[in-house]
Design a protein around this ligand. Structure first.
Ligand SMILES: Nc1ncnc2c1ncn2[C@@H]1O[C@H](COP(=O)(O)OP(=O)(O)OP(=O)(O)O)[C@@H](O)[C@H]1O
Ligand SMILES: [Mg+2]
Length: 256
């Protein structure tokens, strides 16, 4: 199972949009996907128009086993949602021993998926640290502007710190340039800067697209909402890239 957190401590850069559409796209390619919302803003549940009695917080605090808050949304597509009560999780965790490893221990019990995708909140709090200590990969959606690039550089340092503190081998395997406008000089320059620093980890840029912005209103992924849009094309290409990385890694393991 590939465990991927979708994180950037900068807000509004397309984390949830990328998490939802990647999860939908991968499940349509016959990959079994679990999408987890780690954000008390509940944007995953709102974007896909799903609700449930039990949420991540109930599992995190030991009220129910984690399996009991998994909901099936579509073929190959399961989701764990969060609600406002997740704001209490940071306090709850801070009161526990090994606070930074509780979420990790809980997620380690989940199996049977090709991909676990975790949509993270825009912070560097205990929840995000837990997730960074659990996942093997981080995808960083980054707005293609100066402040976006600055946040990306800071995220790179955070990943280094986590690896040092937890003796972990978390890798930035995708930088996803978002809110891209190819006519805009700043966007083009930022994309070039990303590529020269992160090389092959930079994905297809996701163009600003009104269909992507309106899809959550209908509770749909971009593929169900507007499959002929530029947003669907870009996210489909991203899905293909993520799948190709997987086969590359398997090949590497066989060769080694
Ligand atoms: N490619 C795109 N084209 C147009 N609008 C987009 C695109 N990607 C994201 N948006 C819009 O930008 C806003 C922020 O996106 P999103 O909620 O995915 O960001 P986020 O990083 O998850 O935010 P937060 O930090 O608050 O969790 C939303 O209104 C979303 O619809
Ligand atoms: Mg979000």
């Amino acid at each position: 199972m590939r465990t991927i957190c979708i994180m950037n401590h900068k807000g509004g850069v397309g984390k949830t949009t990328s998490a939802v559409n990647l999860a939908a796209g991968l499940s349509r390619k016959d990959k079994k996907v679990l999408l987890i919302d780690l954000d008390s803003q509940s944007n995953v549940g709102v974007s896909l128009r799903i609700n449930s009695e039990y949420t991540l917080y109930d599992a995190l605090t030991g009220k129910i086993p984690v399996e009991n808050c998994i909901m099936n949304l579509a073929k190959n597509f399961d989701v764990i949602i969060s609600k406002e009560n997740l704001t209490k999780a940071e306090f709850y965790l801070s009161q526990q021993q090994n606070a930074n490893l509780i979420l990790k221990k809980m997620l380690e019990r989940v199996s049977g998926y090709d991909f676990m995708l975790i949509d993270c909140p825009p912070s560097l709090g205990i929840l995000n640290q837990n997730v960074l200590a659990f996942c093997k990969e981080v995808f960083i959606p980054t707005s293609t502007d100066y402040l976006g690039y600055d946040a990306l550089m800071k995220m790179e340092k955070v990943v280094e710190e986590i690896n040092k503190n937890y003796r972990h081998d978390l890798r930035i395997t995708k930088v996803i340039p978002t809110l891209f406008d190819r006519r805009n000089k700043v966007c083009k320059q930022t994309l070039e800067d990303m590529k020269s620093h992160f090389n092959g980890a930079v994905s297809v840029p996701i163009r600003t697209n009104s269909k992507v912005r309106e899809a959550p209103k209908y509770g749909k992924s971009i593929f169900n909402h507007a499959k002929s849009s530029s947003g669907a094309d870009d996210y489909q290409q991203l899905v293909n890239e993520v799948l190709e990385m997987g086969s590359l890694r398997v090949t590497e393991e066989i060769v080694n």
